[in-house]
Design a binder for this molecule. Structure first.
Ligand code: PAF
Length: 287
């Protein structure tokens, strides 16, 4: 496995693979890798000849400086894990290598057809613009056949799919396929997240209330006369009743349009909860 820090070396190395007719898969990450990331990398390695993993804490997707500063960084440990699970290249650039000063301060504004206006997009203005800024740059550099993203960041996945579908006609990213992969949970049900590292042992116990409530809501949705609105409220009330948790939003939306829905068909519930100062997200599909 090779660790690469410059765009030029990345492009050169990938081109050499493509010349040999090898297929290339990309797993974009911000590091602090856990089993959720590992599942993406393993899948990528099983479906492509060459697996590229980017490890880059992208400053332009953080609208909170403190959150950016506190984001865990562990390149050496990440590289050891990636080496053991079949990655061929790790791309770990500095922000200055990725962006010009102008791109960093005044990023190009993307249009997501409204998919960025609710949930995470509403709470974190500019967040998805920063995500797509870095992801599209990675797509240009690597030109992967497939790129892998976790369903935990469901809105992010929907927006990236939208961006790729919209540029398909222009052939911007070639025949790129976006592969969404299921959430990986601890045995307790807690969705794996790099942010879990910031939870104390006690908070980790408390945070179990999030997934437990989401799973309970699958039953509530099947009760006679269950309505989306009532289930939505019940989820919020139940999580807020747990000392140490505070819901920022819970919205049951259509899985494709992300618009509010009044049916459980093709619906997904997306939640963000503060556990102390740590912001956790999770989701559940109703069918
Ligand atoms: O999901 C993440 O870790 C990040 O948003 C991503 C896709 C790597 C872009 O920085």
């Amino acid at each position: 496995m090779q660790i690469i820090t410059t765009k030029a070396e990345l492009e050169h190395s990938i081109q050499a693979c493509k010349m040999k007719g090898q297929t290339v898969g990309l797993v974009p990450t911000m590091g602090a890798l856990h089993e959720g990331h590992a599942s993406l990398v393993r899948r990528c390695a099983s479906e492509n000849d060459v697996t590229v993993v980017s490890v880059f804490v992208n400053p332009t997707q953080f609208n909170n400086k403190e959150d950016l500063a506190k984001y865990p960084r562990s390149l050496q440990r990440d590289a050891e894990l990636l080496n053991s699970i079949g990655a061929h290249f790790v791309f770990a650039p500095t922000p200055e290598e990725m962006y010009t000063a102008e791109e960093m301060n005044e990023p190009f504004k993307f249009d997501f057809g409204g998919l960025d206006e609710m949930m995470e997009g509403a709470m974190r203005p500019g967040h998805f613009n920063g995500v797509v800024q870095v992801v599209s740059r990675l797509f240009y550099l690597v030109k992967p056949d497939r790129a892998y993203f976790g369903e935990k960041d469901y809105q992010q996945l929907a927006i990236i799919r939208f961006m790729v579908e919209r540029s398909a006609l222009a052939g911007t990213f070639g025949n790129l396929t976006i592969v969404g992969c299921p959430i990986v949970r601890e045995q307790s049900g807690l969705a794996l997240s790099s942010r879990n590292e910031r939870l104390s042992a006690e908070q980790k116990q408390i945070a179990l209330g999030i997934s437990k409530t989401l799973f309970d809501s699958l039953r509530w949705a099947k009760e006679p006369n269950a309505s989306v609105l009532a289930v939505q409220q019940r989820v919020v009330e139940n999580i807020n009743a747990i000392h140490g948790l505070e819901v920022e939003y819970y919205q049951i939306v259509d899985q494709t349009t992300l618009l509010p829905t009044d049916t459980f068909n093709h619906a997904i519930g997306c939640v963000t909860v503060y556990c102390g100062a740590v912001r956790l997200i999770d989701n559940i599909k109703y069918c």
